[in-house]
Design a protein around this ligand. Structure first.
Ligand SMILES: O=C(O)CCC(=O)C(=O)O
Length: 325
């Protein structure tokens, strides 16, 4: 589906509300994604040189493409591949945090679309991820879940919008997501711990009967998959011989619970408040668009320092589930 004038039409907003997801093929010009792609390539190069200097690997495959290089490292040594992936992925404040990432998170074209669903006061919610899904390696396969399975229960009734952005065309072959339309209308499903890579998982028998209507969320480079936090989705194996690079970014209204005014670790009461209030307390939320208080919009340095402040805090995940049996 396409947008015109960079904004969602009222019909597209209704479709999103009805189905719990929407795939827009043309949010970005493919060229808009070049800076982050090139910066990730440079970051991978730097990391591999450092690992080579540390004597961890002899081959760094500088001639390999963005879609191939980390695969070669991974297939030579799982341990080295994991180290590179962890370096990039980002969780609890870590991972790749180049300016090009910030520029993408705050890209006006993306925020225009986000504002059509979330409203004009936009907070980039804490949990964003970079996902290089390597062919033939199951670590990138994500079991059925709702993002709210990870968020605090009091946030189930708020919209936390996922913007899933492929850096290459995402297809069934290279492991795009699958989505169950309208699943966001049934509240939170029971999750369990112990899915692939320790992720939360909804068992098949706990998924709604409409799972038979699941759709493959194929999306071209330049497009964005928009989803609610209650939309059930999973991510399928990569059967291609290239890496399926994507980012998932999240946004919410400033009216939804958040931790933008809390500086973690400054006092015990802050930490308590943080745990009770934010939708995903382990990581930092930050304001990316505001007409009410434009001065509160974070700049790149503010983004990096807020993320860093949460990095080693070890704040517990706000939602706990029983182990899978
Ligand atoms: O990128 C993927 O393969 C999975 C993404 C996902 O599950 C999510 O964004 O919640």
């Amino acid at each position: 589906m396409l947008i015109s004038g960079g904004r969602l039409s009222p019909e597209q907003v209704s479709l999103f509300n009805e189905d719990g997801y929407l795939i827009i093929d043309n949010v970005f010009d493919p060229a808009d994604l070049e800076p982050i792609r090139q910066d990730l390539e440079r970051e991978i190069g730097r990391k591999l040189e450092q690992m080579q200097d540390d004597g961890k690997l002899s081959q760094t495959y500088p001639e390999a493409s963005f879609e191939q290089r980390v695969t070669r490292i991974y297939h030579d040594s799982r341990e080295n591949g994991e180290e590179v992936l962890r370096h990039l992925e980002g969780a609890r404040g870590g991972g790749y945090q180049g300016r090009c990432l910030f520029d993408l998170i705050t890209h006006p074209k993306l925020l225009d679309v986000v504002s059509d669903l979330v409203g004009p006061e936009i907070i980039a919610s804490s949990a964003y991820r970079i996902r290089p899904k390597i062919s033939g390696v199951g670590r990138g396969d994500v079991p059925w879940h709702q993002d709210s399975g990870y968020f605090a229960p009091h946030c189930d009734r708020h919209l936390i919008l996922t913007c899933w952005i492929p850096l290459v065309d995402a297809t069934v072959e290279n492991g795009c997501m699958e989505i169950i339309p309208k699943s966001h209308k049934s509240g939170i499903f029971r999750h369990h711990t112990g899915g692939n890579m320790g992720l939360y998982v909804i068992k098949d028998e706990d998924l709604p009967a409409t799972q038979r209507n699941k759709v493959a969320a194929e999306c071209p480079r330049g497009g964005v998959v928009l989803m609610t936090n209650l939309t059930a989705h999973c991510s399928t194996p990569n059967y291609s011989d290239t890496i399926r690079w994507s980012l998932d970014l999240r946004y919410q209204s400033a009216d939804a619970p958040n931790n933008v005014n809390l500086w973690p670790g400054s006092s015990e009461s802050d930490a308590d408040a943080n745990t009770q209030i934010a939708c995903y307390p382990p990581e930092a939320d930050f304001i990316v668009r505001s007409s009410n208080s434009p001065e509160s919009v974070v700049d790149y340095d503010g983004f990096v320092s807020r993320r860093a402040a949460y990095e080693d805090l070890g704040i517990a995940s706000p939602r706990q589930w029983a182990p899978i049996s």
